[in-house]
Design a protein around this ligand. Structure first.
Ligand code: PGA
Length: 246
C-alpha cells in the first residue's frame, strides 16, 4: 500500500516570515500517516528544512538545472537542493514549461541529474485547454510521460503528477471520471514502459485542489496523492487537505 502523498507547491510565494505557516502546520499535525512534502521557493529551502527537521514534513525544490555546477546564472543544481536539506524536486511544472520554454528533453535531463543527486523527482504532465478541446489529452500525456521520464529512472524515486494546465489556479477541475481515466492511463503506460514495478509509483493529481474536493479525488484508485498550489500557502487550508488523506 502506498501512503498518501500531499505535496505543497508554494511557487514564487513566501519570505522568511511565512515560515510561521510551517510552524502552524507542525502544530496542527495530528499523527497523520500520509507523506507530506513542501516545495518553497529556493531561497527558503534551507530554512524550511531546518524548521521541519525531525517532523513528518519533507522539503523539495520547484526546479533544478541538469548540471551539478557551472556557469548557469540564476539556476540551482540538484546537489544544491540536497545540500540545503531538500529531498524532492518538482520537474516540468507547466509554469516552467510555459515561462521558460522547458521541453520534455530538458525535463528528462533534469530528472537524470536530480536522481543522481539522490532527490525524488515529481515529474509533472498535463494537457492545455486547447489539447483538451481537441480531445488530445491522452496523447499529450503519453508523449510527455515517454519523453520526460528517463529510461533508467529509479522507480522508488519517482512521483508523477497529472496537472491539467487549464485547472491550475483557475478553480476548475476535471470531472472525477476524467481524473480516473487519466490516472488509469498513466498507470498503464508506466507499466508498459517499466513493468509491474511501476505499480508502486505514486500518481498525484494537481490543479485547484482544495479541502472541498481533496477527499473525493484522493479516494480514486490510482490517485495516491495531490499537488497543491494556492491552498498550500496557509497552514489552515493545507491542514484541511491533509486531514482528507486516509
Ligand atoms: P493550484 O496549483 O493548486 O493553485 O491550482 C497547483 C500547481 O500548479 O501545482
Amino acid at each position: 500500500m502506498r501512503s498518501t502523498l500531499i505535496i505543497g507547491n508554494w511557487k514564487m510565494n513566501g519570505k522568511s516570515r511565512n515560515l510561521a505557516e510551517v510552524n502552524k502546520l507542525l502544530d496542527g499535525l495530528n499523527g497523520q500517516s500520509c507523506d507530506l512534502v513542501l516545495c518553497p521557493p529556493a531561497t527558503l529551502i534551507a530554512q524550511m528544512a531546518a524548521a521541519v527537521k525531525g517532523s513528518p514534513i519533507q522539503v523539495g525544490g520547484q526546479d533544478c538545472h541538469w548540471n551539478s555546477m557551472g556557469p548557469h546564472t540564476g539556476d540551482i543544481s540538484p546537489e544544491m537542493i540536497a545540500d540545503a536539506g531538500g529531498e524532492y524536486v518538482i520537474l516540468g511544472h507547466s509554469e516552467r514549461r510555459s515561462d521558460h520554454g522547458e521541453t520534455d528533453a530538458m525535463v528528462n535531463a533534469k530528472c537524470v541529474a536530480a536522481l543522481a543527486a539522490g532527490l525524488t523527482c515529481i515529474v509533472c504532465v498535463g494537457e492545455t485547454k486547447a489539447d483538451k478541446s481537441a480531445e488530445n489529452t491522452l496523447s499529450v500525456i503519453e508523449k510527455q510521460l515517454h519523453a520526460s521520464i528517463p529510461e533508467n529512472v529509479q522507480l522508488s524515486k519517482l512521483v508523477v503528477a497529472y496537472e491539467p494546465v487549464w485547472a491550475i489556479g483557475t478553480g476548475l477541475t476535471p470531472t472525477i471520471s476524467e481524473i480516473i481515466d487519466v490516472h488509469t492511463f498513466m498507470r498503464r503506460k508506466l507499466i508498459e514502459c517499466f513493468g509491474d514495478k511501476a505499480c508502486s509509483v505514486p500518481l498525484a493529481y494537481g490543479g485547484s485542489v482544495n479541502a472541498d474536493n481533496a477527499s473525493e479525488i484522493l479516494a480514486q484508485s490510482n490517485v495516491s496523492g495531490v499537488l497543491v498550489g494556492g491552498a498550500s500557502l496557509r497552514a489552515e487550508d493545507f491542514l484541511r487537505i491533509v486531514s482528507c488523506a486516509a
